[in-house]
Design a protein around this ligand. Structure first.
Ligand SMILES: Nc1nc2c(ncn2[C@@H]2O[C@H](COP(=O)(O)OP(=O)(O)O)[C@@H](O)[C@H]2O)c(=O)[nH]1
Ligand SMILES: [Mg+2]
Length: 248
């Protein structure tokens, strides 16, 4: 793939994963087939299953957290891994461009190939960050949309941007935009933090429909706990950003 200035640029996919042994190999295989993707990094965030080994066998580079540190920490580790890879690759030539980062959840399996649609707007310089929106999922979710509404309203109040799916984790982002959002909001607040920080840096964000299917959190206690943690982290990410801007 070629960027606006005519130079060949690859794309680095970063997959945060915790206990995804059942799905990670299919997801890695699908992501490796996306045009432009020439580096796939799985960040194993303290899994207790064979996620890391299966990811490596499927052709990914693997970075590991010895203990579980949450999704935002895994994304930061993945981005740092890519930067180190590029430092070696580029050698002394500091003028070489950094790859855009393509964040993909580990549970999408074959459908992960459809995040390909996120890449062209970024490589062609039409957007600084693209975000996938998902079709209705085959199994219904167990939540009532509290976290989605909190995130949507929080983003709109801070930036004026009306996000259709504010919590979507599938994103393609330039290195510059990623740095504008660093340090990332912690835990499950990371997506909302990214959207707000990139927009407030004056950069362009675009949502792109992608045919993706993932494991939906149900209404059992695990699902409820996941949503409670998500709510807490999103609320905190928004509160920090409102405080920074002197808003209540
Ligand atoms: N780094 C990290 N990733 C996690 C953790 N829990 C889940 N994930 C990954 O984050 C992505 C989204 O998680 P998921 O459980 O599917 O949440 P949902 O899509 O919001 O229902 C998947 O790739 C998971 O493997 C965690 O504790 N740390
Ligand atoms: Mg999921």
């Amino acid at each position: 793939m070629t960027s606006t200035d005519g130079r060949r640029v690859g794309v680095a996919a970063v997959l945060p994963a915790k206990d995804e042994a059942e799905r990670i190999a299919a997801t890695v295989a699908a992501v490796r087939g996306i045009p432009g993707v020439d580096l796939v990094v799985v960040v194993d965030d303290g899994s207790s299953d064979a996620t890391a080994e299966l990811a490596r066998e499927a052709g990914a580079e693997v970075a590991r957290h010895a203990r579980n540190r949450g999704k935002a920490a895994a994304m930061t580790t993945g981005a740092a891994h890519v930067a180190r890879h590029e430092a070696v690759e580029h050698g002394a030539d500091a003028s070489l461009p950094s790859r855009p980062l393509l964040f993909v959840d580990g549970d999408l399996e074959d459908s992960a190939s459809n995040v390909a649609a996120l890449v062209p707007p970024v490589l062609e310089g039409r957007a600084d960050m693209t975000i996938a929106t998902l079709p209705p999922q085959k199994t219904p979710g167990g939540g009532r949309g509290f976290v989605v509404r909190l995130a949507r309203k929080g983003i709109a109040d801070l930036t004026g941007f009306e996000a259709v799916q504010p919590l979507s984790g599938m994103r393609c982002i330039t290195r510059e935009a990623f740095e504008a959002a660093t340090p990332l909001a912690r835990g499950w607040g990371v997506e909302v933090g990214l959207t707000v920080d990139v927009l407030l840096a004056g950069l362009r964000v675009e949502e792109v429909p992608c045919e993706l299917h993932h494991r939906v959190s149900g209404s059992d206690w695990r699902g409820q706990l996941h949503r409670a943690r998500q709510y807490r982290d999103v609320a905190l990410a928004l509160a920090r950003r409102r405080a920074r801007r002197g808003l209540r």
